[in-house]
Design a protein. Structure first.
Length: 277
């Protein structure tokens, strides 16, 4: 293909690969913790940081990252206290972040065209600097998950048992929640809200239909994310349609295809409910 000769398309190929891997791994974690809504909450909370960045004339990435990390910590602390359910905490940061973002965008003089990127993104505009940041984040995330995945998943599945076993549950969950928040901000600036929510949820949910063991589930999610994303990218160049929308459709199709497998497993007497490390 002639497109492979162009730098912007090569960046898109590398970028979509890195994003597919990191989003799938983050998605498996939040799905296993039954906190898939956390991604939506943090995504909309960081809109407050984007609005603040535009208003002050700063690079919106850094205020958005501060808002994402802050909202992640608030959700984790509120949930850990036992006085507020996680979904209620997510709703709080979701609403406050959106309100702050709308307020600052309204106060920003002129038109803010970058807001379209926040909503829909454009995989073909990924720069070399974006790739470097995403690659560093992917390396950190993979290192943490490979070294500590048993402790991380033990804290996610059964925090009481993990606490009795001597694990620092609060610290581990806090670290992972911060990693999720950072990953969301880095990804949302590249591919937008619509594709981010799909990439976090659908590959992980499709993988969950195929297995309840953490390691295979993570591998399935990454494979599904890579195959659907690259297939959609190449098809979008041929059909001249938006790549982001096509990726969402392909990932939804993958989930639909995997759904019968979940039904069979849930009806099997040999299948034990829950996850395995």
């Amino acid at each position: 293909m002639d497109l492979l000769q162009y730098g912007f398309f090569q960046n898109a190929l590398w970028g979509i690969g890195l994003i597919s891997i990191t989003a799938a791994l983050i998605g498996v974690y939040v799905v296993c913790r039954r906190m898939a809504a956390l991604a939506g909450g943090v995504t909309h909370a960081c809109f407050g940081g984007l609005g603040l960045g535009y208003f002050l004339g700063w690079n919106p990435l850094w205020p958005a990252m501060a808002f994402a990390i802050g909202s992640s910590l608030i959700v984790e602390r509120m949930s850990a206290s036992g006085r507020v359910r996680s979904d209620s905490a997510i709703a709080v940061v979701w609403a406050i972040g959106m309100a702050i973002g709308v307020l600052f965008v309204f106060m920003t003089p002129g038109y803010v065209p970058e807001l379209t990127t926040f909503l829909f993104g454009n995989i073909l505009t990924i720069s070399t600097a974006d790739l470097i940041m995403e690659a560093v984040y992917a390396a950190v995330l993979l290192t943490v998950l490979v070294i500590g995945h048993r402790h991380i998943m033990a804290c996610a599945f059964d925090p009481d048992f993990a606490r009795v076993s001597g694990l620092k549950v609060s610290a581990i969950n806090l670290m992972m929640t911060m990693l999720v928040g950072i990953g969301i901000v880095l990804t949302i600036c590249l591919i937008g809200v619509m594709l981010l929510m799909s990439s976090l949820a659908l590959p992980a949910l499709a993988a969950e239909n195929l297995t309840r063991r953490y390691a295979p589930m993570a591998l399935y999610a990454v494979a599904i994310s890579l195959v659907t994303s690259y297939s959609a990218l190449f098809l979008s160049t041929v059909a001249d349609v938006p790549c982001s929308a096509l990726i969402v459709i392909f990932q939804a199709a993958a989930y639909a295809i995997s759904y019968p497998s979940a039904t069979v497993k849930n009806n099997s007497h040999r299948y034990l409910h829950g996850y395995y490390l």
